[in-house]
Structures are given as structure tokens and as C-alpha cells.
Unconditional design. Structure first.
Length: 223
């Protein structure tokens, strides 16, 4: 079992957490990455498996998969214990939808903050435009935090029991905080969930590894 990952790839780190939560032994290969060039040169296995040339790429015997959601669902089917999805069809569908919400809806404003780890742009007009866009992104993220608290309600985890939805939500929230997005002040339910999930060994290890990769690979954060 092998995972082709990226040191600062949110979606690859989701799979690393899932593998650790399931107690599955795996090898990981971190593909070349710089903040200025991205994932170049392309790893030949990644390029051959994923038409988009992106990590994660997962290998299990003769099976090769890309896309974090597809990989998570395969892991659940092939290695069901401990579970990362509810058993009941409706609950499982809601859990999958929450994972999608993290990856494709919650992540949208986070993606607009990614420039903060790059070199400062030479054009002052571009820098100003980015600052304006990031202010809008931060406002959107505060709204997302409120929605996430509504999703949680009085539950410890998004799907009642710990699940893939918690992995996806945690990683997107972690990247928001990592990029100097809005803090969790004023969102006690979300903050308590963040501490609860972040204290799990698989998450704590991943957060520490991302911090180390940031020290090695990222420029000082821009305002």
C-alpha cells in the first residue's frame, strides 16, 4: 500500500489521516514541491494515474486511484474497520455530502488565501487586488464557521460518531487557520470540535508534519 502525497497537499493529508485512523500500514512518497513552481517536475506515477497530474495517488496492489474522495470510499469498502462512514444509507449519504461540502464549498474561500505563502508579487496593483480578495474570503469564512456550528449542533462530531466528514472539515479549517484566516473566537462549538479532533494522534501527527513542511518550503506569510 503506497500513497503519493504532497507535503502541503490538503487532500493528500486527508488520506494520510484516514490510513492512520484505520491502522493501515502504508508507504508514503512526497513528490517534489516548491511554493513558486508547485508540484514540478511531475512525478511519473502521479502523471500516469491522474490526468490532472495531482496528488494524492494511492496504490493498493494492482489498483491505482486518484481523488481523495474516491480513495476514502475505497478504503472504507476494502478495510471497513474501524468505520469512517455511518452504516445506514441516509446517514452515509449525509456524511458524504458533508465531506463534499468541506472540499468544494468550504474550501473555495480558503483557496483565495493560498497566495499568502508565495513570494510577494512585484506589481503593487496585483498585491492590492489580492488583499481585497482576501478580505472578501475572510468574510465568507466567518459565515462558513457559523454554518459549520449549525451542522454540528450538540454533537461531538459532524456525523454523530467520528467520520470522514470530520477529516475533511478539519483539514479545510486547518488550512484556513494556517493561512491566517479568521480565528475561532466567537465560535465556541467549532473551537471545541477543532480541539477534540486535533487531539487525536493521527491529526496531531499530520498537523506537526505540515508545520515542518511550512518551515522548509513556505515563504513568510503575507498580510
Amino acid at each position: 500500500m503506497k500513497l503519493y502525497s504532497g507535503p502541503l497537499s490538503l487532500f493528500s493529508r486527508k488520506i494520510e489521516i484516514a490510513l492512520r485512523e484505520k491502522g493501515l500500514p502504508f508507504d508514503v512518497e512526497y513528490v517534489p514541491f516548491t511554493q513558486d513552481e508547485g508540484y514540478r517536475p511531475k512525478n511519473p506515477v502521479v502523471a500516469a494515474v491522474n490526468p490532472k497530474g495531482q496528488v494524492p495517488v494511492f496504490v493498493d496492489g494492482d489498483l491505482r486511484l486518484f481523488d481523495s474522495t474516491v480513495i476514502l470510499e475505497y478504503l472504507e469498502d476494502a478495510y471497513p474497520a474501524p468505520p469512517l462512514y455511518p452504516k445506514a444509507p441516509a446517514a452515509r449519504a449525509r456524511c458524504r455530502q458533508l465531506e463534499l461540502h468541506a472540499d468544494e464549498i468550504f474550501f473555495q474561500p480558503v483557496a483565495r488565501l493560498l497566495y499568502r505563502t508565495e513570494s510577494a508579487h512585484r506589481d503593487p496593483q496585483v498585491r492590492e487586488q489580492r488583499r481585497a480578495e482576501s478580505a472578501k474570503a475572510e468574510a465568507a469564512l466567518r459565515e462558513h464557521y457559523t454554518k459549520l456550528e449549525a451542522f454540528l449542533g450538540n454533537q461531538d462530531f459532524f456525523c454523530g460518531a467520528f467520520s470522514a466528514a470530520d477529516i475533511a472539515m478539519f483539514m479545510t479549517l486547518h488550512y484556513s487557520l494556517r493561512l491566517n484566516g479568521p480565528r475561532l473566537d466567537g465560535h465556541p462549538i467549532l473551537a471545541a470540535w477543532h480541539r477534540r479532533v486535533g487531539s487525536r494522534p493521527a491529526f496531531a501527527q499530520t498537523v506537526a508534519e505540515i508545520a515542518d513542511a511550512d518551515r522548509r518550503l513556505s515563504h513568510p506569510l503575507q498580510p
